[in-house]
Design a protein around this ligand. Structure first.
Ligand code: UDP
Length: 236
């Protein structure tokens, strides 16, 4: 959103470049697509057969629409040039080594909790998301890449939480009590999001294994270290 034209160029021209290279060297291409292609969904949970509900001129469109056209490019090249493609539609993912200040909800809430700052919940707070731990995503991507399944495949954790619930959960898990500060709503913020993972289960034999509690504990430990809140003795 900070640099919309660069976002569109990366997703479209970047995908064309990769597909051109794949054609030349006969490589299989894995495209990291996104649940954002479903937009603010009118179908819940979201199956791969759902075509989505995206505002073409909204603030998220630079990302959503360019990821959508990148999917289109994958199948256009696949059909025309017989490139072997895999398309993962990745739902909200978190874990150690994510960027502390990327502005996303998991990093924001953990960093805010650890710094003793109020948790910024964007109104209304009853919007939902489903959070997948990074190692589950990696295993899903590897299984997809090694499978024969070439249609889009959702990878996400179907456990759904409202953002207010999630704010409470982060405080419970970290054991740090904080305040919630309600901020104004974000334009075109999807109201709900939860993957239907039947395709991944049946085609890849994949499902997420790491609970939100364990994942948030690991991520919090990482952020503590990054923020210099752990002394060397504790670290050992
Ligand atoms: N969100 C929030 N406070 C924050 C950051 C995000 O309430 O400090 C909300 C945001 O409005 C959205 C949800 O959390 O409804 C997930 O936001 P994020 O940017 O992490 O992911 P995305 O919207 O791309 O799924």
């Amino acid at each position: 959103m900070y640099n919309p034209v660069k976002t569109i160029k990366s997703n479209t021209i970047g995908t064309i470049n990769v597909l051109g290279l794949a054609k030349r060297v006969k490589a299989r291409v894995l495209f990291a697509s996104t649940s954002e292609i479903y937009g603010d969904p009118e179908e819940h949970p979201q199956k791969e057969t759902y075509w989505g509900h995206v505002n073409t001129i909204g603030p998220r469109a630079c990302y959503d629409e360019s990821k959508r056209v990148a999917e289109t490019l994958m199948y256009a090249y696949s059909k025309r040039d017989h490139i072997d493609v895999r398309v993962a539609r990745i739902f909200n993912t978190y874990g150690p080594r994510m960027h502390m200040y990327d502005g996303r909800v998991v990093s924001n809430f953990i960093v805010q909790t650890l710094n003793g700052h109020p948790l910024t919940v964007y109104a209304p707070g009853n919007q939902t998301r489903s959070f997948m731990y990074v190692s589950d995503l990696v295993s899903g991507l590897m299984k997809l890449m090694n499978s024969n399944y070439s249609l889009p495949c959702n990878l996400g954790n179907p456990e759904e939480h409202t953002i207010l619930e999630f704010a409470q959960l982060v405080q419970d898990i970290t054991g740090v009590k904080g305040k919630v500060s309600m901020k104004k709503s974000q334009q075109d913020d999807p109201h709900k999001r939860k993957p239907d993972i039947t395709v991944a289960k049946t085609q890849l034999g994949w499902e997420p294994k790491v609970s939100l509690r364990d994942g948030i504990l690991k991520t919090t430990a990482y952020f503590r270290k990054e923020l210099g809140l752990v002394d060397n003795e504790q670290e050992q």
